[in-house]
Design a protein around this ligand. Structure first.
Ligand code: THU
Length: 133
């Protein structure tokens, strides 16, 4: 990705993700995660991780944000920003990458640390061999 576009991570998206992470429900792992997707429509949808005492029912922040966007009719997701204060430059888990591959195949994945520094990844880099039928 060209350097100029790297600087253009919208402050609105960064602020939305930093705000939403406060709503994370993570009493078990204590790792709070916030995510935000920026769509071609210009709309932003945020999500947080939502854990459950039956641990495997936990939902990641990335999928919450993505599903919110899809369920509102968004067709093109351009960028996903993910952030956790506990995990330096958190990247999406394999399950989220697989779901992104299907619903947002051209998404740029951006991870942010506490200093608001960014790292950019194509989905292809993070999941080079997705499952496909
Ligand atoms: N988690 C996310 O929300 N996104 C990720 O990319 C990885 C992990 C959540 C799941 C769980 O609530 C906590 O972080 C620790 O695994």
């Amino acid at each position: 990705m060209p350097v100029s576009r790297k600087k253009n991570i919208s402050k609105q998206l960064v602020n939305a993700v930093k705000k939403t992470v406060k709503a994370a429900y993570a009493p078990y792992s204590k790792i709070v995660v916030g995510a935000g997707v920026y769509c071609a429509s210009g709309n932003i949808y945020t999500g947080v991780n939502i854990e459950n005492s039956s641990y495997s029912l936990t939902m990641c922040a990335e999928r919450v944000a993505l599903f919110k966007a899809i369920s509102e009719g968004e067709k093109k997701i351009l960028l996903l920003l993910v952030y956790s204060p506990q995990v330096n430059f958190i990247t999406p888990c394999g399950a989220c990458l697989q779901v992104l591959n299907e619903l947002a195949p051209h998404v740029m994945v951006v991870t942010m640390n506490k200093k608001e520094e960014f790292k950019f990844y194509s989905l292809q880099t993070l999941l080079p061999k997705p499952f496909k039928i």
